[in-house]
Design a protein around this ligand. Sequence first.
Ligand SMILES: [Zn+2]
Length: 427
Amino acid sequence: MAVKSRRDEYFDELEIMQPEARAAYLDKKLAETVAHAYERAPAVKNLLDKAGVAPADIQSVKDLEKLPVTRKTDLLEMQKAGLPFGGVLAARPENVERVFISPGPIYEIQPSSVKWFAKSFWAAGFRKGDVVINTFTYHMSPAGILFHEAIRDCGATVVVAGTGNTDLQVQIMKDLKVTGFVGTPSFLNTVIRRAEEMGLDVKKDLSVNRAWFTGEMLPPSLRKTFEEDYGIDTYQAYAVTEPGGAIAYECRHKSGMHLMDEYVTEIVDPGTGKQLGPGEVGEIVTTQLLNKNWGLIRFGTGDLSSYVTDTCPCGRTAYRITGIVGRAGDAVKVRGMFIVARQAEQAITGFREVAKYQLVVGRRQHRDEMTLKLELKDDSVDKSRLSLDINNKFQDICRIKIDRIEFVAPGSIGEKQQGIKDERKWE
Ligand SMILES: [Zn+2]
């Protein structure tokens, strides 16, 4: 492989900042953003005043803990009470360039001068000469136009497609020799299936060799199919509309998504808003530093993730989030650790001997206790061996031990009882 120049590898110098430089950069940008918004956005003034915090009290990322998390439902209420933007706008209304609409509806502004997604597309390898089909909608939602601009920022040609019309998408990809796909993993899968039904050999008749996904997580099995069976190199990014844009993106090592320095992204305890450390699962909370005119400080995404701090061979120095493991409402906290329903399920139902399960969280002598009730498909299995294996697997995935595993008679666990049951009482 030819040695690539630094410019070819990285989008900008921020990506390779050293940790102290990054911390200083983020602290400075954050303090500026908060001070600017406090002066101009009534909602931000209200937020700080209510919390008894002066703008000058926010000098670092750690200081953000002094402020509450604002969630989508809060933003919706704020906007309903004060249309159109709920006091979040930190600019004169006549200077708003464009408005996007998220479900709710929630109204957001995003200026075109900002490169919202370019870095993520660059890391995915899009360059001049690529012909990229953008299958995200251009209708109301910011997705279509923002990804369109990002493809252009990398120098590639955009095929303006939008959603749906699968047959036509296949034909366009063939006729225009499209090399890149931008959309959801499930839509690429649909397009490939349809192309095959239409009698095409995807590898021979189409030229797609690269795909960029967001909006849904890419299951490892589907990634393997795209990459190994169809020769399509896949990349994913984590994006949230309300604070505006991409927050994290994969590099070619694809082991987590690098956090963007255009946002302050915290992983917090959804109950207390306190920042969590590496490896701890919590809610992704983000404050964007790109567009000073949008005063949304500490936006709670409701998505659960954790981050890792180890160095990535790609040379980018930003921490990485390790994918979305669930939604804040789907998690229970046991002995200080969040257990996400989906992760628990993954750990337990990975054993084919298990027919049904229920994970009961109780409390004894002021200590949380977990009891796993299992119905087996075949009662003759080695139960102590299975208990040990399940507990090891559970600990690997959820980072906490189950206290007791009980085997119950078939039919004991009703269809709706499967999952996590929190029986703790706090009186
Ligand atoms: Zn990397």
